[in-house]
Design a protein around this ligand. Structure first.
Ligand code: ADP
Ligand code: MG
Length: 594
């Protein structure tokens, strides 16, 4: 668990206005124009029904009960019955349609977020803890789900009813409607007040939620370390503190929500009390200006008219709660990836596999600490270059730059004479086979991992596996369909490495970039991997970050890197006779391997 979680004092910044966020939300909803049209129609019908019901009651009260017109009374009563029964349909259809529209919007939102996440460049993943993205994809989306699947649109239909209700109220009694309208200023003032108070608390709550998930994800994947250091007791204490803070933040965000609904409920009902008083005295005083029927009708309307008002205020509170989450999603969606293709990017044509790095300057933090400074290297087709150098000298960085995981600040990188910034990313990465220092396998079958870069037939797989003598795969319990566990944890390191070799080879790339694993493996596996390597590199251009003597020796050329600069280069024998840096390096690191 990260200690910095506890000192969480940063004030959340508002990146987007509510207006912008609402527009964004509507864009998701209004993709489904037909559904929206049906919803609108049912809203109109429902509003008509809604207005008609109480009107019929007034007609009955004013005209038919008084004058004992039994037959007509029954007629109107029947009409009223029909209105009540038929109003089931527009209500049902509207809810159903809105539900579909809402769920589809969530579906699209999830899709967009996922695709955006996939498109993001490495610097995003460097800066953002996995758990933060996870939180955006899961709990943040979940918290705007109620808004998208219905609530937001319910607010629309409530608005409709509210306006419809107002018109009818005016037509019944102008003065009584004016009395009713007095509720609005207070409600608006309370809403503004509530927004000020609650929104930051919600931002805080959602940001903390993301940190919480990030921290949990880390402590779960670090369980092995935590248990071996007997940290469980401390971690539990850390967790208790975080949990306590989470609870407090939740409490302060929810505290205000709990007062919102009761306040509106009570406050709006007070208008009925007021109308009763004023309407009652009007009925008593003047002759026939306000009939008993109109007063009853007005109060019935008012009741119906206040319901949508309460729904509206409820939705408004919900919007405050979920817009913090929505904003986090929109920030993810709207931040462009740092690595993009140019408009007329063409596929890379990579036939010979010549690689040129010209005066490359690069730093991970916009120029603060240079990792590579004025770095040049030319690699001939089919050449194998070994890079050696102390840890942190920039070896892995070179590999990442050639696959354009990061963009360089100055200079250029060319493959077969084409600047890698002018070609499509997919074609570039398909032409390059990368084997990372820590072989990462997905918790699927061996076959899934092998075919990660390209769908391959059983024959193709067999060919690649036998090329690098990795037939052990067929001896696993389920052969190619054996599950490998999380990160490939059910296989040994050597096995994982061979699978990641095969994975890189399956696309038949012209260029191989390989970050050799430092962890020593047994001599048997070492020999096998060495053999696999030499097969793998035939007829390909390759850069290998070498940690094993056998690899260094097999390379055509060796460069020695120090703090992002080449300090020596040459063949193995040349460098040994020079007795320079490489010679020292050799004595320190490789001598014992002889
Ligand atoms: N993703 C990253 N973000 C920021 N700095 C990094 C990142 N990766 C590496 N560095 C820094 O760049 C330098 C070179 O790292 P790297 O290329 O991984 O070294 P090597 O592979 O030679 O051990 C180091 O100082 C390291 O701290
Ligand atoms: Mg490295």
């Amino acid at each position: 668990m990260k200690p910095e979680m506890r000192s969480d004092e940063e004030k959340p910044k508002r990146a987007f206005s509510d207006k912008f966020l609402i527009k964004r939300l509507l864009k998701y909803l209004f993709i489904h124009k037909k559904l929206m049209l049906i919803a609108l129609l049912t809203m109109i019908i429902q509003t008509v029904f809604f207005a008609l019901g109480p009107y019929l009651i007034k007609v009955i009260l004013d005209n038919y009960i008084d004058q004992n017109r039994r037959l007509e009374f029954l007629g109107i009563w029947f009409l009223y019955l029909m209105v009540i029964i038929l109003s089931f349909f527009p209500m049902y259809i509207r809810r159903w349609v809105l539900l579909i529209a809402g769920e589809k919007s969530i579906y699209n939102l999830r899709k967009d977020t996922y695709e955006k996440l996939q498109d993001n460049s490495m610097d995003y993943f460097d800066k953002t803890p996995a758990g933060d993205s996870l939180a955006r994809m899961t709990s943040d989306i979940a918290s705007i789900q109620p808004i998208l699947s219905g609530e937001f649109l319910m607010a629309f239909s409530s608005l409709f009813m509210l306006i419809g209700g107002l018109i009818v109220c005016f037509s019944i009694s102008f003065p009584l409607t004016l009395v009713t309208l007095s509720v609005f200023p207070v409600i608006i003032i309370f809403a503004i007040f509530q927004r000020r108070l609650v929104r930051n608390k919600w931002d805080d709550y959602r940001n903390f939620n993301a940190k919480y998930i990030a921290s949990m994800a880390e402590s779960i994947s670090g369980a092995r370390v935590s248990q071996s250091f007997a940290r469980s007791e401390y971690d539990r204490k850390d967790f208790d503190e975080i949990n306590e803070e989470y609870y407090q933040k939740g409490l302060s965000a929810f505290r205000w929500s709990s007062i919102v609904n009761p306040f509106y409920q009570t406050y709006t009902k007070l208008t009925i009390v007021l109308v009763l008083l004023i309407g009652g005295s009007l009925t008593l005083q003047t002759q026939g200006v306000v009939t008993v029927g109109s007063l009853v009708l007005f109060i019935l309307y008012l009741n119906q008219f206040l319901d949508p008002l309460i729904i509206l205020t409820g939705v408004y509170a919900l919007i405050q709660a979920s817009f913090s989450a929505f904003e986090r999603i929109v920030i993810l969606l709207d931040t462009p990836p740092s690595i993009t293709e140019i408009v007329d990017a063409r596929p890379l044509s990579c036939h010979s596999g010549k690689i040129d790095l010209n005066k490359v300057t690069f730093s991970y933090d916009e120029g603060e600490t240079m990792v590579l400074d004025d770095f040049s290297l030319s690699i001939q087709p089919n050449e194998c270059i070994a890079i050696v150098g102390e840890t942190g000298s920039g070896k892995t960085t070179i590999i990442s730059l050639i696959s354009r995981l990061y963009d360089i600040q100055e200079g250029s990188i060319q493959i077969d004479g084409q600047d890698i910034r002018n070609v499509t990313l997919a074609s570039l990465r398909k032409s390059i086979g990368v084997v990372l220092q820590e072989p990462f396998l997905f918790s699927e079958s061996v076959r899934y991992n092998l075919c990660y870069g390209k769908e391959a037939s059983n024959e193709e797989i067999k060919e690649v596996l036998s090329l690098i003598s990795a037939e052990f795969v067929y001896d696993l319990s389920d052969g190619l369909d054996t599950k490998v566990g999380e990160r490939g944890g059910w296989l040994s390191l050597g096995q994982r490495q061979l699978i990641s070799f095969a994975r890189a080879l399956i696309t038949n790339p012209k260029v191989i970039l390989l970050d050799e694993a430092t962890s020593s493996i047994d001599p048997q596996a070492e020999l096998q991997i060495q053999r696999a390597l030499s097969k793998m590199l035939e007829n390909r251009t390759s850069i290998i970050i070498a940690h094993r003597l056998s690899t260094v020796r097999a390379a055509d050329r060796i460069i020695v890197l120090h703090a992002g600069k080449i300090i020596e280069k040459g063949t193995f024998d040349e460098l040994l006779t020079q007795k320079g840096e490489f010679y020292n390096f050799y004595r320190l690191q490789f001598r014992h391997e002889e």
